[in-house]
Design a protein around this ligand. Structure first.
Ligand SMILES: CC(C)(COP(=O)(O)OP(=O)(O)OC[C@H]1O[C@@H](n2cnc3c(N)ncnc32)[C@H](O)[C@@H]1OP(=O)(O)O)[C@@H](O)C(=O)NCCC(=O)NCCS
Length: 421
């Protein structure tokens, strides 16, 4: 009988990979979809699959990504090369027979062999990946506001840029301006990732299947007084036949990135002041979104969703913990537990400019006991260790350790990832 086990896929198998993966998500891929998935997601050295006879019945892939990590005070945000796990699927005919488990083990071996310190993913269901050592590393919220009630309060220390200009750009101009702007902006917040050229092509193509009944995507760019682009937003319109008034229109915000806070505020104002629009809705936004604090009537801004965004797995704990910056200097011995992993005790020393993490020595006392996924939950600063402790996930083994861990691990910005992969 044919043994069902994961193997590397060749480039010739890429179309089958795309079709099987889409079927796993309940979609029948068109030729156009297949071409887009192969271009965007099929990573030759990473794509794996399980065959049953001649049929591909399970898929998984990873893509090299740059992940922005928390920074020390006044320091630039470090960027770490990680693996972005994607295209995970098992056909309904072959589920709950351990194929995902096998693919996760195969991928972990790939990560170790290639010295990948951290793997990240976005999960279709939040129950799936905890068992494989992933933890909920960043969250997002979606927001909604009636635009007529969106006036700003007085913002005495935020001068909205008067000299620059906001202008609408078409797809071709967007293709020239947005990738480099995003590349500058994504290193200003932990949790953000880079967008490769193929990802941008996929975004800018704006295929019908990504529109979900909304208009084509529009782009607006802000330029400073010298003409240098320093922010952009992308958005769509949605007509609502059953809205409160005729022609009720919603503006649905996708990206909003800027290099400085006043430009971000200027872009929000542009979106909130659009004529013939009654409501603004956002896609994923950071959980510490500043808009709320700029509004004269903050109650009007409703959080319509709060969800998990990035799941992370620390494949190489010393390398992962040494790579990020910390908000405070301290020493902590972490006892990391988990089934079937090469875990143990690690000593982390954080300083103003650098951090060092190594295996703890016999005489060094444990400060905190936690699972691998719980370490991932605090890794990007998305959750304080003391919250994890209150939730019963982290144990304080030495008094005061939690407060020190909170101060070191949690920075001023909530992690956020504005890119689906
Ligand atoms: C999620 C999916 C890949 C799981 O594949 P699978 O081969 O059935 O998973 P396995 O049999 O290897 O399951 C491993 C473990 O995870 C559990 N599990 C897997 N999928 C689960 C789910 N959706 N909900 C709850 N538990 C799940 C299994 O019960 C099993 O638990 P156990 O170790 O305690 O026995 C598959 O159901 C699928 O393709 N779903 C639709 C597409 C999708 O959501 N892909 C994930 C994208 S992020």
């Amino acid at each position: 009988m044919n043994k069902l086990e994961p193997r590397r896929l060749t480039r010739e198998q890429a179309p089958a990979f795309a079709r099987t993966m889409e079927l796993c998500f309940g979609n029948v891929a068109t030729e156009q979809d297949v071409a887009a998935i192969v271009a965007e997601d099929f990573e030759q050295d990473w794509a794996i699959g399980v065959h049953d006879g001649g049929d591909l019945v399970a898929t998984a892939c990873a893509t090299p990504l740059e992940l922005t990590l928390p920074a020390g005070p006044g320091r630039p945000f470090p960027v770490l090369g990680v693996a972005g796990v994607t295209c995970v699927g098992v056909l309904p005919t072959h589920r709950r027979r351990g194929l995902l488990r096998q693919m996760m083990a195969y991928q972990l071996a790939q990560f170790r062999e290639r010295e990948i310190p951290v793997a990240i993913l976005t999960a279709s269901e939040s129950v799936i990946y905890g068992r494989f050592g992933y933890g909920l590393a960043s969250s997002h919220q979606s927001l909604e506001i009636a635009t007529r009630r969106s006036a700003f309060r007085e913002l005495p220390y935020l001068a909205l840029p008067g000299e620059g200009r906001v202008h609408i750009v078409g797809k071709d101009e967007a293709a020239k301006v947005l990738p480099s702007l995003h590349a500058e902006a994504r290193v200003l917040r932990p949790g953000e990732i880079d967008r490769a050229e193929a990802r941008w092509t996929g975004i800018l193509d704006d295929p019908e299947r990504h529109r979900h009944g909304t208009s084509a995507r529009m782009y607006v760019v802000h330029e400073d007084a010298t003409g240098k682009p320093d922010g952009y937003a992308s958005y769509r319109f949605q007509y609502q036949a059953d809205g409160p008034s005729r022609g009720h229109r919603v503006v649905v915000v996708e990206d909003i990135y800027s290099l400085v806070a006043p430009v971000q505020a200027r872009l929000w104002r542009y979106l909130l002041d659009l004529d013939l629009v009654e409501e603004l809705r956002t896609g994923a936004r950071p959980v510490d979104e500043t808009l709320r604090w700029m509004l004269a009537d903050p109650r009007q801004l409703r959080t319509t969703g709060l969800g998990d965004m990035l799941w992370a797995k620390l494949v190489d704990i010393p390398a992962a913990l040494s790579a990020r910056g910390y908000a405070a200097s301290t020493e902590l011995v972490l006892e990391v537990r988990g089934a079937g992993e090469r875990l143990g005790r690690y000593r982390l020393e954080t300083g103003p400019g650098a951090a060092d993490c190594r295996r703890a020595k016999a005489g060094e006392k444990t400060d905190l006991v936690l699972g691998l996924g719980d370490l991932a939950a605090v890794y990007l600063g998305g959750c304080r260790p003391s919250v994890q402790a209150a939730a019963g996930r982290v144990q304080e083994a030495r008094p005061g350790a939690l407060a020190r861990a909170d101060a070191a691990f949690t920075g001023p910005l909530a992690p956020f990832c504005g890119t689906h992969f």
